[in-house]
Design a protein around this ligand. Structure first.
Ligand SMILES: [Zn+2]
Length: 355
């Protein structure tokens, strides 16, 4: 790992960026966790009553610990106002990193159905929209949503239950006028193949949503093949284990399917042994369509700026290389053409001035 010149550090920070793979709950900062815990008088459910202590608790150790944090956060999000706060804080973080566009994944089922919090999909949509419009007004940032199906809730002893995917799709379609642009599939891939979800994804696409499943993270090429063939994926969340299958690499290259790659997340979850062992550069050098993202940034002690820094430090990218990858994220975004064109114009003008 090498120290980067100040000029490149400033370039990474200043460059207008887009991020297309990040989870709303996984992007929450310790300060916001505290606000929610106080709001709901649930401070006793946290291991610390200050942000520093929570930040230490957030430090990634292993997957069970990661899940414990996720569930604790989940339990603190209880009202429309909570969603609005989460989104507003997310917008502030975007502004601080010069992220102009974010496509944020939300898993409505876990809030509206899985736990009885008395939250309806109307509450969720209203909270998201309140936060989104506040963030746009105050920070000038664009936010869109991916609603995803928690795949591991959909199988009982290997038997597929279609109701959760259908419910999530119904929620996503209700949210189309307030920023939902994609339909996703998240959670642990092991034992939860994509194929049974085909009917829901077909409907989602017929209704103008992008198909953006997670695949090729905890399961290898089979999961990516299934996402391409059965779910007609427009992008793949992660997709990095395509590196194990030359035929799949060729298909992804020919079709230029964007991969939403999250290097630090992959290293933390041991998809690859270390950042240096991560195939990001190989996938790019082979001509695949790559983007870089932060997944669950505070939980992996990262940020989007940090992920671009990783690309420079571990894979030797210079400013031109980073700008090419950054542009890909705008191109792959699910936002309507009018907004996309505007964002790309702004991006291109900045890069032309700062190369
Ligand atoms: Zn993810």
């Amino acid at each position: 790992m090498n120290q980067l010149p100040d000029k490149l550090i400033n370039f990474i920070q200043g460059m207008p960026k887009a991020e297309i793979h990040i989870h709303l709950e996984g992007a929450i900062q310790p300060e916001t966790v505290l606000k929610l815990a106080k709001r709901h008088k649930k401070l006793d459910t946290l291991p610390s009553d200050n942000a520093e202590g929570l930040r230490r608790w957030f430090t990634f150790t292993d997957f069970p610990h990661f899940v414990e944090i996720y569930l604790t956060i989940q339990d603190l999000i209880r009202t429309a106002d909570d969603f609005a706060l989460l989104v507003y804080e997310n917008g502030a973080d975007m502004a601080a990193q010069n992220i102009r566009y974010r496509e944020i994944t939300v898993t409505p089922y876990t809030h509206t159905d899985y736990q009885d919090k008395g939250l309806s999909i109307d509450d969720v949509l209203r909270g998201l929209e309140d936060g989104r419009s506040q963030a746009k007004k105050e920070f000038g940032v664009e936010i869109r949503w991916v609603f995803d199906v928690p795949r591991n809730f959909c199988f009982d002893n290997g038997r597929y239950d279609h109701t959760i995917a259908e419910k999530t799709l119904d929620y996503a379609l209700q949210g189309k006028d307030v920023g939902v642009v994609g339909f996703g599939l998240g959670g642990n891939e092991v034992g939860c193949p994509p194929e049974p979800f085909a009917p829901a994804f077909e409907k989602a696409k017929a209704n103008g949503l992008l198909s953006v499943p997670h695949a090729g993270e905890t399961v290898g090429p089979a999961s990516v093949w299934g996402s391409l063939n059965a779910l007609q994926a427009d992008r793949i969340g992660h997709g990095v284990r395509a590196i194990e299958d030359p035929g799949l690499l060729a298909t992804l290259k020919v079709q230029q399917i964007p991969l939403e790659i999250n290097p630090t997340s992959n290293a933390c979850l041991n998809v690859f042994a270390s950042l240096d062992a991560h195939p990001f550069r190989q996938l790019d050098d082979r001509g695949l369509f790559v983007t870089v993202n932060s997944d669950d940034p505070p939980l992996f002690n990262t940020s989007l700026v940090q992920e671009y820094t990783v690309l420079a430090q571990h894979f030797g990218y210079d400013a031109a290389g980073l700008a090419r990858i950054a542009r890909n994220a705008f191109v792959a975004a699910g936002v309507k053409p009018r907004v996309k064109t505007k964002l790309l114009k702004e991006f291109d003008a900045w890069v032309a001035q700062n190369r």
